[in-house]
Write a protein that binds this ligand. Structure first.
Ligand code: ZN
Length: 433
């Protein structure tokens, strides 16, 4: 049994803040502490109380920095680490020009494992302790990512992408191989340590009806798994989907028809939705995932957060690397704020920090494990420096409340603001693969 006590300014959320001054939604302790034991949070509270009961336990003093739950990124593409910031036009050109050639390399197990190490390090260097990742269509890519995350005891949700048409041969599978490979990966990894499997049809365009039927079979045989895909990111994508599935009522109906819509379904983007689609998402309990840096980079459109919320839909927020341009969930919040500003919507700092921690955990149904600093949950903790750069330090001189401090972090913060990232109680910032 190894105990460690972290000391710092502790912030954790109990529920979604209803407004910028909703102090009931969170706990903030100026001189707080977290007792970590065997990868879990054994206790948290005021430092004087905890230090008394944890006599003799080594203390890591992070004051004056903030201690907050590790960030969760619910939509990211592992094999796109080397094509971030590649010049292109819009979604379909970008996929053909950059994405597919890069993903083709992940049939090589050595390359996949080397990149998995770099990917996991980049995540933790940016404060992200859990990701929901698309791998390439090759089984090797998912094996590499699960193995790497397992070695680091990092909570990872991932899946081998299913795609059997409208892409180069070297990234295509078949309905049968996609089913067999997914099935084998579920058996090998789902529920093993901190790993979970996501059944991953890339999107309607790259899957034949036969393949989506196989994906539906996987979903009904493994209701414990997640399902991740893309929905209505771009107008050309929607039009092409309509041509490929002429009998579908709309884009979402393609997924519904094959039994892929439910509470554990994550729908990347979900920007250009019809009234019927919004109703069906609300009824199914599925979760759109807002990817602001990606939506701006590819010129895809503006995510209607308030409109979806008004219908009772719970959305996640994510980077979507590599069309997204930053691994930082703080920078994701920054761009998310601006996307909502353009629609007369707002993203105040309390909700923003709730969203990338407990909010995204709620989308995944995992608030009992991650997303808070509650006793009994996994010890994924981020240490944040609000004055990490000269410009931030200058701003902090005039920040007089927690909300103001968090908002400056939301707008100006990136990996430089991440002092340390604890993954299951182990410091991982700056650890090379
Ligand atoms: Zn994506």
């Amino acid at each position: 049994m190894t105990d460690t006590l972290l000391r710092g300014r502790l912030l954790t959320f109990h529920r979604e803040p209803l407004g910028a001054e909703d102090t009931e939604a969170y706990s903030f302790i100026e001189d707080g502490a977290i007792l970590m034991r065997d990868g879990l949070i054994a206790a948290q509270g005021a430092y004087p109380d905890l230090s008394e009961s944890a006599d003799g336990v080594p203390v890591t003093d992070h004051r004056p920095h903030l201690l907050i739950a590790g960030f969760i990124d619910p939509h990211i593409h592992f094999p796109q680490v080397q094509i971030v910031a590649s010049w292109g036009r819009q979604l379909l050109d970008w996929l053909n020009g950059y994405t597919f050639p890069a993903e083709a390399e992940y049939c090589n197990a050595q390359h996949a494992r080397a990149m998995a190490g770099r990917f996991c390090s980049l995540l933790t260097d940016h404060g992200t302790t859990t990701a929901v990742a698309f791998c390439s269509s090759h089984k090797t890519s998912a094996e590499a990512l699960f193995a790497e995350a397992s070695d680091r005891n990092m909570r990872m949700i991932a899946g081998k992408t299913m795609m059997d048409r409208n892409a180069p041969d070297n990234v295509l599978d078949t309905p049968q191989t996609s089913y067999d490979d997914s099935k084998a990966l579920i058996a090998a990894w789902h529920g093993k340590g901190r790993a979970s499997y996501a059944i991953t049809p890339r999107f309607a365009i790259t899957s034949s009806p036969e393949q989506l039927e196989m994906a539906g079979s996987l979903a009904s045989e493994h209701p414990e798994c997640y399902i991740q895909t893309h929905l209505s990111e771009n107008h050309d994508e929607i039009a092409f989907t309509g041509e490929l599935y002429p009998d579908a009522r709309d884009y979402l109906d393609v997924y519904e028809t094959y039994g892929l819509l439910g509470r554990r379904t994550l729908l990347g983007h979900a920007i250009h939705l019809t009234e019927r689609e919004i109703g069906a998402i609300a009824q199914s309990g599925a979760h759109p995932v807002f990817c602001p840096t990606s939506n701006l980079f590819l010129g895809s459109g503006l995510f209607d957060d308030a409109g979806l919320r008004a219908r009772g839909i719970t959305s996640g927020i994510a980077t979507d690397i590599g069309a997204g341009t930053s691994y930082s969930m703080l920078q994701t919040l920054n761009e998310g704020y601006k996307v909502l500003q353009l629609q007369d919507q707002s993203l105040h700092a309390l909700r923003a920090f709730y969203w990338i921690t407990r909010g995204n955990a709620d989308v995944l149904g995992l608030t009992d494990k991650i997303g808070t600093l509650d006793a009994g949950t996994e010890a994924d903790v981020v240490v944040l420096d609000s004055a990490a750069t000269p410009a931030m330090a200058l701003r902090m001189e005039k920040a007089h409340s927690l909300s103001e401090e968090l908002f400056a972090l939301q707008m100006m913060g990136d990996d430089r603001a991440i002092v340390q990232t604890y993954v299951a109680g182990v410091p991982r910032k700056g650890v090379e693969a």
